[in-house]
Design a protein around this ligand. Structure first.
Ligand code: NAP
Length: 246
């Protein structure tokens, strides 16, 4: 895989899966915009991208804000001249069983995970449409396909991302833009570190591979989908889950 001369923007790139995606894109040769709500992490990750000899742009971004997403895309084009790859990775959980789930917990998860994906895609596709090229990769979740108790909000947002991916893929396939979703299973990050040990052990017991995945397991697939090797793949949801869901 060679991503030289590609410009990528990764949301939620300050830590976890998004950070590993950003660094792996850089390893394959891409220049990367590090977009994250957490101001403290964007510059650090940008320096790590530069350590691979690539260009990086740190950008503090709340994906819930459409105008801010449009500004991020504009800054990318102004800085690098183009945008080839968008990875919609920013995501949050606000877990609670439905009977006790607050409206606010529902709204926050839908706003970041789903509306954030809409916002960045809408802002990016305007440019990609004109350029007749683009690779959009949305990070969904196995939970969107199989459900998970305590995650009605999160599962709904991730299932919606799968439908969104297919609709947008159909709209723009004719102009060189592919849109795919990657659905990770349980991956070792701050998100899964926050799960109590006993619950995590129970989760691992359900996985045929008998271990959590690593952010790299997701990042290499994202890079493949971003590359020319995947030019004829669009509208797909590809699972990376150690066999948890087949
Ligand atoms: P993570 O470690 O919590 O990282 C998510 C990053 O997104 C954080 O830097 C976070 O900043 C940032 N973020 C949160 N809200 C944002 C917003 N409104 N705008 C921009 N950035 C925002 O999560 P992760 O485990 O790497 O997950 C990354 C993606 O993979 C998510 O979409 C998640 O749903 C998906 N996923 C994860 C797993 C897993 O097992 N880890 C499984 C399936 C899918 P703060 O830290 O400041 O909030």
């Amino acid at each position: 895989m060679n991503l030289e001369n590609n410009i990528a923007l990764v949301t939620g790139a300050g830590q976890g899966i998004g950070k590993t995606i950003a660094l792996t894109l850089a390893q394959y040769g891409a220049d990367v915009v590090i977009a994250d709500i957490n101001e403290a992490t964007v510059s650090t990750v940008a320096h790590e991208v530069e350590a691979f000899g690539r260009r990086a742009l740190p950008f503090v971004l709340d994906v819930v804000n459409l105008a801010a997403c449009e500004e991020a895309i504009k800054k990318t084009i102004d800085t690098f001249g183009k945008l080839d790859i968008l990875v919609n990775n920013a995501g949050i959980t606000r877990d609670m069983v439905l009977l006790r789930m607050k409206e606010e917990q529902w709204d926050q998860v839908i706003a970041v995970n789903l509306k954030g994906t809409f916002n960045c895609t809408k802002a990016a596709i305007r440019y990609m449409f004109r350029n007749k090229y683009g690779r959009i990769i949305n990070i969904a979740s196995v939970t969107g396909a199989m459900g998970n108790p305590g995650q009605a909000n999160y599962a709904a947002s991730k299932a919606a991302i799968m439908g969104f991916t297919k609709a947008v893929a159909r709209e723009y396939a004719h102009c060189g833009i592919t849109v795919n979703a990657v659905a990770p299973g349980f991956i070792k990050t701050a998100m899964t570190d926050a799960i109590p040990d006993k619950e995590r052990e129970a989760m691992i017991a359900m996985i045929p591979a008998q271990k959590l995945g690593m952010p790299e397991d997701v990042a290499h697939l994202v890079c493949f989908l971003a590359s020319d090797l995947a030019a004829y793949i669009t509208g797909q949801v590809i699972h990376v889950n150690g066999g948890l869901y087949m």
